[in-house]
Write a protein that binds this ligand. Sequence first.
Ligand SMILES: [Cu+2]
Length: 288
Amino acid sequence: MRPATTEPGKLPCSDNFALIAAAKPYEPGRVVDFTLVARGGPAERIEIAPKKSYQSMNFNGQVPAPTLRLTEGDRVRFTLENKGLLPHSIDFHAARTPWSKNYQSIGPGRRLEFEWTARDPGIFMYHCGTDPVIMHIADGMYGAVVVDPRMPRKPAKEIVLVQGEFYGVGHDLDAMLNKPPDVVAFNGQAFRYRSKPIEAKVGETVRFFVVNAGPNATSAFHVVGGLFDHVELDGNPSNAVGMRQTVDISPGSGAICEITLREPGSYPFVTHKFNDATRGAVGVLHVS
Ligand SMILES: [Cu+2]
């Protein structure tokens, strides 16, 4: 039998993952349906780096899971279906709802439904919270929720980056607890935006929505050759700060990082925690 590392895997998520849907204008009483299907097993092997496949557990067959974009006040009618092999659950950092009621695990074949209201603008992580949480996260069960404020943000080129760590070939609890990750990636695959840069224009505001799924390492988000003009910690306008060279994003948190480049060229975006950049958390913004 060939070792798992040489088994082919699928692309963790589409190349368009970084390009988020447009913000919706505020509309009182809007209800948004959102369904996540927990998955696992051989069909969920993903290619996290060239010739490096990983046995993921995930939502909707992709790592990271789909980004949910809401506007402040939206009501989410949420469904979790467990089509995986283990119990799974959900934890929306954007929600204010009791863990003891809505974040409990359901077994394979089961379904969970609840509603919550997006009251807080921000960029949030969501993830499976089933024990051992470190494994359900490191194996790929995470995604991002963007909640836009009622007052629309100014137009920008908007990019979602979810940083995550991968250990061994998956399901390796000892490595997750005790060893450094083998791959650290933005949007599920090492260096994916280095080989296929993200395009922007000179003078255009680029708005990064960054979530650090961890599970273990902080992200020190930085653009080489640029400075952030405007940063919102956790993506909330009340946390706005001015110029930043590097933005600290702990596991389980997020930030909006805006930058405007005035000269054409290539600008790498990295975690300035350079052991993790070397493991794959590097991309390129190409400005023309
Ligand atoms: Cu899970």
